[in-house]
Design a protein. Structure first.
Length: 188
């Protein structure tokens, strides 16, 4: 049994009959009154995000987790199929369990978080960035370059990414999986 003082980013806890992952936290010590921890929790089962405040020393139920590398195989109408890189067993995850899943392409290596007790999958984490090819890009407007002008582009996975005006179809780009934003053009 842990306390609210042990809260850190990435910690999985049992709260309100569900398992949540700590996305953000902040220890607050006001000048008047007791200290507390303000958190943003994300449900690993349905993806809902909620804000919660724990008083200092509040007991929390920590969920022990393990992480394993899996390779993304394919998706169907219900979810995604992965293969364990060590024993080649397959695993299925619902679409809600993966954030920015539209950036995954076949063969991509993904870290899956499993509950240690019974190895049920809780969530999946993409690498911090992925390299994707631009399939289609809107034409840039000439003379519209006084500021950081952006245009729509569609990458090979079907995701829509805002890119600078100089990006054209066929270019490879690096995309952040955290917020689906353009990072840089990749030279081959």
């Amino acid at each position: 049994m842990a306390t609210s003082n042990d809260i850190k980013k990435g910690l999985c806890i049992e709260f309100s009959n569900d398992i949540f992952k700590v996305v953000e936290f902040m220890h607050v010590k006001p000048g008047k009154g007791p200290a507390f921890v303000r958190t943003k929790l994300k449900s690993v089962t349905n993806g809902k995000v909620l804000d919660n405040t724990f008083s200092a020393g509040h007991k929390i139920d920590e969920v022990k987790v393990i992480t394993r590398k899996f390779q993304y195989l394919y998706d169907d109408e219900n979810g995604f199929h992965f293969m364990n890189n060590e024993d080649f067993s397959q695993l299925y995850l619902n679409k809600e369990m993966i954030e920015n899943s539209n950036l995954m392409k076949a063969g991509e290596e993904v870290t899956i978080i499993l509950k240690e007790a019974d190895e049920t999958p809780l969530s999946a984490e993409l690498p911090q960035s992925v390299y994707l090819e631009v399939i289609e890009a809107d034409p840039g407007v000439k003379g519209n370059t006084a500021t950081n002008a952006l245009k729509n582009a569609i990458v090979e996975t079907g995701a829509r990414v805002m890119v600078p005006l100089f990006i054209e179809a066929g270019d490879k780009i690096k995309v952040s999986t955290e917020d689906c934003s353009y990072l840089e053009r990749v030279k081959e």
